[in-house]
Design a binder for this molecule. Structure first.
Ligand code: SF4
Ligand code: SF4
Length: 293
C-alpha cells in the first residue's frame, strides 16, 4: 500500500504525521520524501544514508551542421524549449522537460541527448524503515521530473521487497503535489482547525477528489481555532482519521526534531489508531461514526 501524506498548505504538520506514522507502521516500510523543494523528513527520522547521487534530465543538443531548419522540433515542443530562428536553432535547457520528443522527431538526427542536473536522490535506512529522498538542485525550477525518478526508485523498492510506502508530499495543490499523490492508494490530508487551514484544505480536497482514491483527514493542533473544518468534513463525508492536540510538548518536540509519536504513550496511541484507520479506509471498512472522533 502507498499512502500519501498531503496538505493544502505548508506548516500544517504533514511531515510530523508522516514521521510519526513511520514509527508505528507494522509492516515493512519505505518512507519517501517527495517534498523535493524542501525535504525535511530526514531531520526527524535521522536515517543512515547508504547512497546518494545526482539525478539528471535529458536535454537536447543540436548539431547545427546537420540541421535543415525544418521546424519540426520547435513545432513539437510544448514548452518552447527549442526554437528555430532563421538559420539558428536555440535549445533552452532550463525550460526543457526532458520528454525526448525533439530528439525522436528530428529527421536529420541532428539532435542528441545532453543533460541537466535536477538534484540529488538519497537512499538509506532509519532502523528497519528504508528511506528515500529527492532534493532539488538550488536554482532548478522543475520538481516533477525529479519526483518521477524518486517514485521510480520507490516502485523498484516496493516490487523487490513488498514494502508499503509512506510519501511525504509537497504542500499545496499545484503540479508537484498532484504528482506526489496520483500513484498512491490512500491520501491522508493534514490540516488545522483555522480559517487558513480550512481554506487550503478545501483546495486540496477539490484537487485530489477527482482521483477517486480513499481520502481522510488528520486534524493537527486540534483545539485551536474553530469547528468549521469539522463541519466541512461532515458535509462532504470526509472521515476524520485522527486529531493531534495542540500541546506545548508537541511544539517543543518538533523544534528539537523529535518524532511526536515518540514523545508519550498518548501521542503514540494517536498514530497507532491512525495506522489502523488508514487500513480500514483503504479496505472500505471504516465506519463513519468511528472516524469522526
Ligand atoms: S527537427 Fe532537426 S532538422 Fe528540423 S529544425 Fe529541428 S534540429 Fe533542425
Ligand atoms: S526534450 Fe521535449 S521538452 Fe525538451 S526541448 Fe525537446 S521536445 Fe521540448
Amino acid at each position: 500500500m502507498i499512502v500519501a501524506i498531503a496538505s493544502g498548505k505548508g506548516g500544517t504538520g504533514k511531515t510530523t504525521v508522516a514521521a510519526s506514522l513511520t514509527r508505528v507502521w507494522e509492516r515493512p516500510l519505505v518512507a519517501v520524501d517527495l517534498d523535493v523543494e524542501a525535504p525535511n523528513l530526514h531531520l526527524f527520522l535521522r536515517p543512515e544514508i547508504e547512497e546518494s547521487g545526482p539525478a539528471w534530465i535529458e536535454t537536447p543538443v543540436v548539431d547545427e551542421s546537420k540541421c535543415t531548419h525544418c521546424l519540426a522540433c520547435s513545432a513539437l515542443c510544448q514548452f518552447k524549449a527549442i526554437s528555430v530562428m532563421g538559420s539558428v536553432v536555440l535549445a533552452f535547457s532550463e525550460m526543457c522537460h526532458g520528454c525526448g520528443g525533439c530528439i525522436a522527431i528530428c529527421p536529420e538526427k541532428a539532435i542528441s541527448a545532453g543533460k541537466r542536473e535536477l538534484g540529488e536522490i538519497s537512499r538509506g535506512y532509519a532502523g528497519n524503515t528504508e528511506f528515500l529522498m529527492g532534493c532539488l538542485r538550488i536554482g532548478e525550477a522543475m520538481s516533477p521530473p525529479l519526483m518521477r525518478q524518486v517514485k521510480s526508485r520507490m516502485k523498484n523498492i516496493i516490487e523487490a521487497s513488498g514494502r508499503d510506502a509512506i510519501i511525504d508530499a509537497p504542500p499545496g495543490v499545484s503540479c508537484p503535489a498532484v504528482n506526489a499523490v496520483m500513484d498512491s492508494d490512500v491520501i491522508v490530508l493534514v490540516t488545522e482547525p483555522t480559517p487558513f487551514g480550512l481554506h487550503d484544505f478545501k483546495l486540496a480536497w477539490e484537487a485530489f477528489s477527482p482521483f477517486g482514491k480513499p481520502m481522510g483527514v488528520v486534524i493537527n493542533r486540534a483545539g485551536v481555532g474553530d469547528r468549521e473544518v469539522y463541519s466541512f468534513c461532515a458535509e462532504k463525508g470526509i472521515p476524520v482519521l485522527a486529531e493531534a492536540p495542540y500541546e506545548r510538548a508537541a511544539a517543543e518536540g518538533y523544534a528539537r526534531g523529535r518524532v511526536i509519536a515518540d514523545l508519550s504513550p498518548e501521542f503514540r496511541n494517536i498514530f497507532v489508531s491512525l495506522h489502523s484507520k488508514i487500513f480500514e479506509l483503504a479496505a472500505g471498512t471504516l465506519h463513519k461514526e468511528a472516524a469522526h472522533a
